[in-house]
Design a protein around this ligand. Structure first.
Ligand SMILES: [Zn+2]
Length: 343
């Protein structure tokens, strides 16, 4: 993995290349943006470039990607490179512990063996415990000259302000759907229909696009469409059962995402019924029918409610009640639109 292998993110990459070649590299960077869009790959490419035994200058500064150093960094075994990430990925809420942050002391104490820098990459930096964050802050307050800290986060608001203020922040934006589509068509064996579906679903995150199984995606599309607009939404007790089921099976986040996409498709069609649906192509006829009956003003508050529910979920509010309310409001709007249908 070198800079040239990364799809998109030209601006932050150019910024980093320029910083290295003009000797203006800072001590600490925070790469932030949506999950799985390429922040970590960029950090690894930078570490490789700094340590590469045969770096290239043209067409742009980059690592060779082939030498021993490049391999060691990719495998996180290089003596001047430390990768810190939450321990035990399987746990519900994995954390970066103070013990892991203390490993930095062993890394920074000596000067680098080969290259010019000791690089410490902290992935999902927002999952540091309070103790770990305070320990890192101490190091960042007085970083040794030869050290480079690369913090990665999709939730930078969960980092200490004092840590953020000591980092140069680089924002990574999602890729356009067309870019993901092109990549899938040119570099994988996905056919046009699947590539289009995955590009719409992944919302600019190449990592999710690559790990996405289109068959599973189609099953989920049908399932969540049925949950969102099925007949059960007319029955209070069935809505309650469904909401309870989603909470118990830990599917709330996923459900909110799918409901949100369904309503967004519907909203777009209420604005212009000639547009193609982005994600719910399977349900095109039903979507167009609903779009003719509903107005954007009925749908916008529902999208807002889902946004709030997602945020509330992160604060552990009672999501089940929130979901039930959302469905009651959705049903109200559907009833209202039916009653206004021309006879
Ligand atoms: Zn190399």
């Amino acid at each position: 993995m070198a800079f040239r292998d990364i799809v998109g993110h030209q601006r932050p990459i150019k910024w980093l290349q320029t910083a290295v070649t003009t000797n203006h590299l800072g001590h600490a960077y925070l790469f932030h943006g949506e999950p799985t869009i390429g922040k970590r790959l960029t950090a690894i490419a930078l570490a490789q470039y700094l340590h590469c035994e045969a770096p290239q200058d043209a067409p742009t500064p980059d690592a060779c990607g082939l030498c021993r150093s490049c391999h060691q960094i990719a495998q996180a075994t290089h003596p001047d490179f430390l990768l810190i990430q939450p321990e035990d990925e399987q746990k519900h809420n994995p954390k970066i512990t103070i013990g892991q942050i203390r490993d930095i002391e062993h890394l920074v104490i000596y000067r680098p063996l080969v290259g010019s820098h000791k690089v410490c990459l902290i992935d999902q930096a927002d999952s540091m415990t309070q103790e770990a964050a305070n320990a890192l802050l101490k190091t960042l307050e007085d970083p040794p000259d030869h050290c480079l800290f690369l913090l990665i986060s999709s939730r930078p608001q969960h980092l200490l302000t004092t840590i953020r203020s000591r980092c140069i922040t680089l924002r990574f934006s999602p890729l356009p759907a067309a870019g993901i589509y092109e990549f899938l068509r040119n570099r994988t064996d996905r056919d046009a229909t699947d590539a289009q579906l995955i590009a719409a679903f992944s919302e600019g995150r190449l990592g999710s696009a690559l790990s996405c199984d289109p068959t599973e995606l189609k099953v989920k599309l049908r399932q969540y469409w049925a949950l969102l607009f099925g007949e059960h939404t007319a029955s209070a007790s069935r809505v309650m059962d469904m909401s309870e089921g989603l909470v118990k099976s830990n599917q709330v986040q996923e459900a909110i995402h799918w409901f949100w996409s369904g309503l967004r498709d519907l909203l777009l069609l209420t604005l212009d019924n000639s547009l193609p649906p982005t994600l719910y192509k399977d349900q095109e006829a039903a979507l167009r029918q609903l779009a003719r009956q509903m107005t954007p003003f009925a749908i916008l508050p529902l999208l807002h409610e889902l946004n709030q529910l997602e945020r509330g979920q992160q604060r552990n509010l009672n999501v089940q009640i929130g979901l039930e309310q959302f469905f009651f409001h959705l049903h109200d709007q559907l009833e209202l639109s039916h009653s206004q249908e021309p006879v």
